[in-house]
Write a protein that binds this ligand. Structure first.
Ligand SMILES: [Ca+2]
Length: 560
């Protein structure tokens, strides 16, 4: 799928739902999988017949379809149970579907996937949803790929978080907002746990969660609000302060979309990407197309300013200012939950990924199909108190462009949303006391949600709980040259679920994670490997050794 087409597909879905996966185009690239031992990282080809169940196929006439479920928590009702034969990234499983009617406007739709009894590992894995939810993540190829082959023996649990509407109109209802913010995953975990207990005759021994973007936020929410829910959680690129994101990015997005000369086409993005790469690629010791030393990268887009006729080989002053805004901290005068103010810059290297086009500029000026813009527009609709518009309604860009995001009369709604949604409580004592482990991953080139916002949160946790205690159960690791869509020149393939299991169950901390980059045309071929580095360290080439080998790199502090 070409970049333009994939973005059009993704954007089309977002326009319809604004709650779909953030990274559908990344299905091929979103390769957060591989083997536990990176040094012997085997290929993970996708078998068209689906991942095999080591205990053999589940019979169609198994108890799956005839099982009588009794007394599920939260009034949950089963609506359907069927055997899914394995296909692509979808493992074979008994898929149980149902609902929890929690209010007149919020029904949680959920799915619980049960592997064969002989192959169940005795654990559950909750898979969070991206965007603004509204769909079943386990039904989506992106999320099954995200969970990876290690998730096959798990009971996999997911939900639509209590809404299917295509905007934030549902967020005006407290129950619906609480469901989306944190409650739905908690309730459905209890449902899934009980379903597993009844089906297998024994309760799960461990419970884990993985999520990306809003799903990463959901994983963090669980550690803060329901610290006994999970033994371990993986938060990939968590969108931790969505209201701060929307209100702080309103001004730069208005600037970009107020004039075509402020907007960057894919050709202009590619122009900038090449120039930034030329100046910053070697700052990590190796010109490999990956900017790892992002803090030392200070390339000024004004160096590309047009001197004569504008063309795709230069930038207008408006385009220079737009790029400067991408790399500038923002300071909107609102204080959100837990004292959060402003929103930090995005990391260097995003132009070498699909992120700049997908999240900032969109692929056409006229259609304004930038995700960050659409999120801002929907948030303004919410702040204005507008209920859900009819499906297919055009985004009210005029409302957004005319809207002053700092209107005092809207402050209460922004703060209300933040109080539900933000995952910035730095006191994780209860989660740590429970034995929980939290593994956070970020691509340094993310241009949807800033790596620096999550880094600030981890710093607050460290300040609250102490450095040694925090490192005993929280790790934040990063990869250069990867964006929110999990694509780009960096190395993506790493089995974080296996790493989390080892940490929780065998006390093996994730100190030496290695990611692989696979050939786009032949996923069985590893192109290169790189270490994942604990923030703020980055992967620096040691000056000798095979550039494809992770052992040729060291994680070094940018202040060194
Ligand atoms: Ca480099």
């Amino acid at each position: 799928m070409s970049t333009i087409r994939s973005i059009a597909v993704r954007t089309g879905r977002l326009l319809q739902t604004l709650g779909g996966a953030l990274a559908l185009s990344g299905a091929a690239a979103c390769d957060v999988d591989s083997a536990p031992d990176p040094s012997t990282d085997p290929p993970v080809p996708v078998d068209p017949s689906g991942p095999a169940d080591p205990a053999g196929p589940i019979a169609a006439a198994s108890p799956c379809t005839s099982f009588v479920w009794q007394g599920l928590p939260h009034g949950a009702k089963v609506t359907k149970a069927e055997v899914r034969t394995g296909s692509g990234v979808f493992p074979q499983a008994c898929v149980v579907r149902g609902t929890i009617v929690s209010s007149a406007v919020s029904t949680i739709t959920w799915a619980v996937e049960l592997p064969g009894a002989a192959s169940w590992n005795g654990k559950t894995l909750t898979i969070g949803g991206g965007g603004f939810d509204g769909f079943i993540p386990t039904d989506d190829e992106f999320y099954q790929t995200l969970a990876g082959p290690s998730s096959v023996p798990y009971v996999r649990i997911s939900s639509n978080s209590g809404h299917t509407a295509q905007d934030l109109g549902w967020a005006l209802d407290d129950t619906a907002l609480a469901n989306h913010a944190f409650d739905a995953n908690h309730r459905v975990l209890e449902v899934g746990t009980e379903i597993a207990r009844q089906f297998y005759g024994k309760s799960p021994t461990r419970r884990y969660m993985i999520g990306h973007s809003n799903g990463g936020r959901s994983a963090l929410a669980a550690t803060q609000r329901f610290p006994h829910d999970y033994d371990g959680a993986i938060a990939l690129a968590p969108a931790i302060t969505q209201q701060a994101h929307q209100i702080n990015l309103a001004s730069p997005l208005k600037f970009i979309f107020s004039d075509r000369d402020h907007w960057l086409s894919a050709a202009k993005v590619a122009l900038y990407a090449a120039a930034e790469l030329k100046e910053c690629d070697g700052l990590d010791g190796l010109e490999d197309g990956i900017i790892n030393n992002v803090e030392a990268c200070e390339f000024d887009p004004a160096e590309l300013l047009c001197e004569g006729q504008e063309s795709d080989r230069c930038l207008t002053w408006g385009q220079v200012l737009a790029i400067k805004a991408v790399y500038r901290d923002h300071h909107a005068p609102f204080v959100f939950a837990n004292g959060t103010t402003g929103y930090p810059r995005f990391g260097r290297g995003g132009a070498t990924t699909s992120d700049w086009t997908a999240y900032i500029f969109g692929d056409q000026f006229e259609s304004s199909n930038s995700f960050n813009l659409m999120a801002g527009v929907r948030a303004v609709q919410y702040a204005e108190g507008q209920p859900s518009p009819p499906p297919g309604s055009p985004l009210p860009l005029d409302l957004f462009m005319a809207h002053d995001p700092f209107q005092p009369e809207h402050l209460a709604r922004w703060l209300r949303m933040s109080a539900f949604m933000d995952t910035t409580n730095p006191d994780l004592t209860a989660f740590a006391d429970h034995g929980g482990k939290l593994l956070i991953w970020y691509g340094l080139a993310d241009a949807c949600v800033s790596v620096y916002q999550t880094a600030k949160y981890v710093e607050k946790v460290t300040a609250t709980m102490g450095a040694d205690r925090t490192r005993s159960f929280v790790r934040m690791v990063t990869t250069g040259g990867l964006g929110h869509n999990l694509d780009g020149p960096g190395a993506m393939s790493v089995d974080l679920l296996a790493a989390l299991e080892s940490w929780v169950e065998h006390s093996v901390a994730p100190d030496h994670l290695v990611a692989s980059k696979r050939s786009a045309t032949d996923p069985s071929t590893v192109v290169l490997q790189r270490p994942l580095c604990e923030y703020p360290k980055y992967a620096s080439y040691a000056g000798s050794g095979d550039p494809k080998d992770a052992a040729s790199f060291q994680c070094v502090d940018p202040g060194r």
